[in-house]
Design a protein around this ligand. Structure first.
Ligand code: SF4
Ligand code: SF4
Length: 304
């Protein structure tokens, strides 16, 4: 079997536009599976029915890539001037990642570039690029690859870029010459700022989100029962991130694919409510807002 040079992967990942890269062995994560099942039993997935799909694949990447041995975990910062939080007067708030081009496309492209570079040097290598929607335990793999730890708000927190990072993985059918050490430290310490900042009380336990209460889920995914006030958010929610001390001191993004395309503070509720589908598509068609669509945004404004 081909053994891939880890240093080569990491250099190629930086060249492809990522800020961080680590490599972990494929694992089945039995403890995460127990915790995940408990989360489902408690009904915290609410209207996110898809979380119940692909259970076996989620905990065994070999079912996704035959002979899978290694997972290359890459992260890129998207921190921008939109990531610092909003004023109390702002009522059409949008999560900062959604002010950019859709990251699924950008990251998939970066991962495919990386895979191609690796395959040029190792022609027999097979792999699959995964972004967010693929059933893989990406945050836990990021911990195993030494990129960061899972914070109380259930997101990956990295020492230098905080939690304003987007993840992408390559599942490879080869071993590497040096696996990264898992991140042992949990940098949250006694901090509980994200728990206290959540306007919906959705962080029910450390690293456990009740999606029926979470504004991010409530503004984008299907509306669950017992929906909570949206607190001025019309797509996503950054409250548990913009309070985090690691995000305050984090470096801003340097990859231009993550430059904001608009400033939500410049678009009033009246402007949103009067917007036509055509204008929405012209102005926001390349952003994640397309996912929920204009009608949903208008409904979120009217609901709050
Ligand atoms: S995204 Fe918003 S509502 Fe959801 S857990 Fe974070 S602060 Fe709470
Ligand atoms: S706000 Fe505090 S507790 Fe929450 S993720 Fe950041 S460091 Fe951890």
């Amino acid at each position: 079997m081909v053994i891939i040079e880890t240093k080569y992967i990491k250099n190629a990942a930086i060249d492809a536009g990522f800020d961080l890269c680590g490599v972990a062995r494929c694992q089945k994560f039995p403890l995460n599976r127990l915790a995940f099942n408990r989360w489902l039993e408690q009904g915290y997935d609410s209207s996110l029915g898809y979380m119940r799909n692909y259970q076996e694949m989620r905990f065994d990447v070999e079912q996704m890539v035959e002979g899978a041995r290694s997972v290359v975990v890459c992260a890129v910062s998207y921190k921008s001037e939109m990531s610092g939080g909003y004023g109390a007067e702002d009522r059409c708030k949008i999560a900062s990642y959604a002010c950019n081009s859709d990251y699924h496309k950008s990251i998939k492209k970066m991962l495919q570039t990386l895979l191609k570079v690796l395959q040029q040097r190792y022609p027999s290598l097979k792999g699959r690029a995964c972004v967010d929607s693929a059933p893989i335990l990406e945050k836990q793999y990021a911990v195993e690859a030494g990129l960061g730890w899972i914070g109380r708000q259930s997101l990956l927190v990295t020492p230098d870029y905080g939690s304003y990072v987007l993840l992408g993985e390559l599942v490879l059918d080869c071993e590497v010459d040096a696996y990264d050490e898992p991140m042992q430290a949990v940098g949250c310490g006694e901090c509980r700022r994200c728990v206290d900042a959540c306007p919906a009380g959705a962080i029910v336990e450390p690293m456990t989100i009740d999606t029926a209460r979470c504004i991010s889920c409530q503004t984008i995914e299907k509306v669950g029962e017992g929906a909570t006030p949206l607190n001025g958010w019309i797509f996503g929610c950054d409250e548990c991130q913009n309070c985090c001390p690691y995000n305050k001191k984090a470096k801003s993004h340097s990859n231009s694919a993550f430059n904001p395309l608009f400033d939500p503070r410049e678009i009033s509720a009246q402007e949103w409510l009067a917007m036509s589908e055509e204008e929405f598509s012209d102005r926001f068609g390349s952003t994640p807002l397309k996912r929920s669509g204009l009608e949903r945004i208008k409904a979120n404004i009217n609901r709050d």
